[in-house]
Design a protein around this ligand. Sequence first.
Ligand code: HEC
Ligand code: HEC
Length: 470
Amino acid sequence: MQRGAITGLWAATFLAGVTTLASAETAAERKARILAPTQDFSEAEQFELYQGGSGTNTERLDANAFSLPSAALSFEQRSDFFVGNGVFDRPWVAAPSSTTGSDGLGPYFNARSCQGCHIKDGRGHPPEEGDSNMVSMLFALSDPSGAPDPVLGHQFQDQAVTGMAAEGKVRVSYETVSFEYPDGTRVELRHPAYKTGADLAPGVALKPRIAPPMIGLGLIEAIPPEDIRAYVDAEDTDGDGISGRPHILEDGTLGRFGWKATAGSILEQSAIAFSNDMGLSTRLIAAAYGDCTEAQGDCRNAFHGDDDGAPEIADDLLDLVTFYSANLAVPARRDPGAPDVLAGKALFYEAGCTSCHVPKYATASDAAPEQRNQLIWPYSDFLLHDMGEGLSDRTPTGDVAASEWRTPPLWGIGLTETVSGHTYFLHDGRARSLEEAILWHDGEARASRDAFAAFTADEREQILQFLGSL
Ligand code: HEC
Ligand code: HEC
């Protein structure tokens, strides 16, 4: 940690322009130089090892690799982090209960705790085929106009408190299609189909969402919005077939979180989780009944945990869990200078992956002290892209089209198996490997996918090695 902290501080100083060297370079020029895509693939870039800036976790790259506090936290902040961790892990219970501090669950819910889905602060996974136990994923609901189900609401809750029936169960089955590389190698790609006995309104689709990993979220929040907007090319004026668009929320902020960039902040996403996933109210979302519609009178009229008029989740608990969610450290790269990793990195650039998976950013100088002025490597533009029919979830989510997805950050992706014990990727966990995930890229990412496919088997393996080192 010591080494990470010191090196990261250098990076910070570097970015803030607090340098004693006489130099004619302005701060903006310096930032542009540091953030310019590298041309040199002969060795790792400066600070590349510390992909989460000075907060990078260099201590534990084992099964707990995603669960450490940012190394940039002060002593007092670390204690808030650990209290927040307790809130994140706390199982909520139905009201009324003797433990009023943790009651109010439901009446409908998907999980009893945040970590029930964000297992080990890592990525969730789909159930095995035929199983209906949706641990660590959920289904959003919307009709062809993007509106929620008139009875079941925004989200399908497959659990309910004692004495009430849940909205139903969902079963998954898979079919496979065969993909053939230009060199003749074949790979099976699986895609899911979902069935439920529940009564969905006509045209309403079940839209799968795997819980994403929790690392580095505060750093993502600290990227200046104009630096993300700089990658917007809605009309595809540069003619590369890629036209990322920002998701601007109703209040004018830039959506950054969720598979469809539907949340503008970690606080907002946490409040949504309390409401939709656990049926708990907060100062942001006041309904103690969570995602029950007027048509679900028994749910609305059930016992709730807000009898004193205060939200079921007190403000300090919401803030602590948000602080925790913001400050999980990004793990260090393992061996960014290994020859195969560097070769894979060069190919990743060559195939145009970096058009969407933008390697690096500098966080804002007016962000919270533990996040400001960091050189970070999330590999995302945080914009929405049309990824083609194969990945479409059939109906729009609000104003985000069914085939549009936010480029997910790739940092830490190489530790998925170590942390989560599986290698299921993409928004619905359909991909069983990084290779399958790449081969599903279509739409705006079609040319990039084809470039990957046209590489030799050894070159494709080098790209996978590079991803594995993130
Ligand atoms: C039922 C499973 C489930 C539970 C419980 C849950 N989450 Fe999530 N979480 C998800 C899913 C799925 C997403 C992606 C949402 C989307 O795409 O709209 C997500 C996204 C997030 C994100 C944004 C991450 C990113 O990379 O965009 C944050 C922050 C988050 N959750 C925090 C929490 C907190 C805090 C709690 C507890 C209050 C919680 N979650 C409970 C499933 C869950
Ligand atoms: C047009 C933008 C775009 C390009 C170009 C692109 N990607 Fe992606 N990538 C995305 C989006 C959007 C997703 C999420 C899709 C989903 O979950 O359905 C994604 C998902 C991924 C994932 C899985 C991430 C996860 O968390 O599950 C990997 C791995 C990945 N991309 C690697 C690559 C590689 C390698 C290339 C170059 C060959 C590439 N991408 C090119 C936009 C892009």
